[in-house]
Design a protein. Structure first.
Length: 253
């Protein structure tokens, strides 16, 4: 019986050819996968920066009403309000990062509600001729940061302080405090978390002529306008990212 002899063409790769081809193929695979990983990492970083920018802009825009309708920017909390959970030494604006203290009128409903009314201190009674001399009650909104325990970033909170004295009318806002202390009078709600990705929070104050009040640090005295700068950050794919957002508002009261 005749056997068909295999030619060199039908025997496949020789050992020498494999030793030449395999390193080339391996190098190509490494280059392709490295490119894919770098591209994927860059995409994640760009998406993270976009999300941080959106978070910062949304956060600052949410403060728009408070900034527009503030009666004053405070150096400290109002003397007739109480806060059992204030930091040692009390609330003050000249911290690092900055603390923003807003004085606002107490209302019976949200500011956008057309049926809202002022809430008054009950000094001269809530009815009768003398009630017209009752002063308007004031809330404090305090924006402050606290270092996170799990990473290098800070959390920006809003604390609401409301009058605990006798009022004419019902304040629709409630006193807030750290979440662990909610339910301990007068605290009824937890402080609002605005962002947990804060690197820095800065407040600059301007007078009616748009001149920055430069007494170090910028003082709220005589301020008619405020500029808030929030720098947000996040670690992604081996890189520490940061995004800066700002908002400038002039009060209308």
């Amino acid at each position: 019986m005749n056997r068909k002899r295999l030619t060199n063409d039908s025997q496949g790769f020789t050992m020498v050819e494999l030793l030449i081809v395999l390193p080339i193929v391996s190098l190509i695979v490494i280059i392709v996968f490295n490119y894919m990983f770098v591209s994927y990492g860059k995409m994640l970083q760009e998406n993270t920066e976009a999300n941080l920018r959106l978070e910062g802009e949304t956060m600052l825009l949410d403060l728009e009403d408070e900034l527009l309708f503030t009666t004053d920017y405070g150096e400290v909390r109002s003397a007739d309000l109480t806060d059992t959970y204030a930091p040692v030494g009390g609330w003050t604006y000249n911290t690092n990062p900055d603390t923003l203290i807003i004085y606002e009128t107490s209302l019976t409903a949200p500011r956008r509600d057309p049926n809202r009314e002022f809430v008054y201190k009950n000094v001269y009674g809530c009815s009768g001729a003398n009630s017209a001399f009752n002063p308007i009650a004031i809330n404090n909104l305090i924006y402050f940061t606290k270092q996170n325990t799990v990473n290098q970033y800070k959390t920006l909170y809003r604390r609401t302080l409301t009058p605990q004295y006798s009022l004419c009318g019902t304040n629709y806002k409630l006193q807030t405090c750290p979440v662990a202390n909610v339910g301990t009078p007068p605290c009824m709600r937890a402080d609002t978390i605005l962002s947990s990705n804060i690197i820095d929070f800065r407040v600059d104050y301007f007078d009616e002529n748009n001149v920055m009040l430069t007494t170090p640090p910028s003082s709220p005295f005589s301020a008619e306008k405020v500029k808030l700068t929030a720098i947000l950050g996040q670690s992604m794919y081996g890189k520490n990212l940061s995004v800066e957002t700002t908002i400038t508002m002039k009060k209308i009261n």
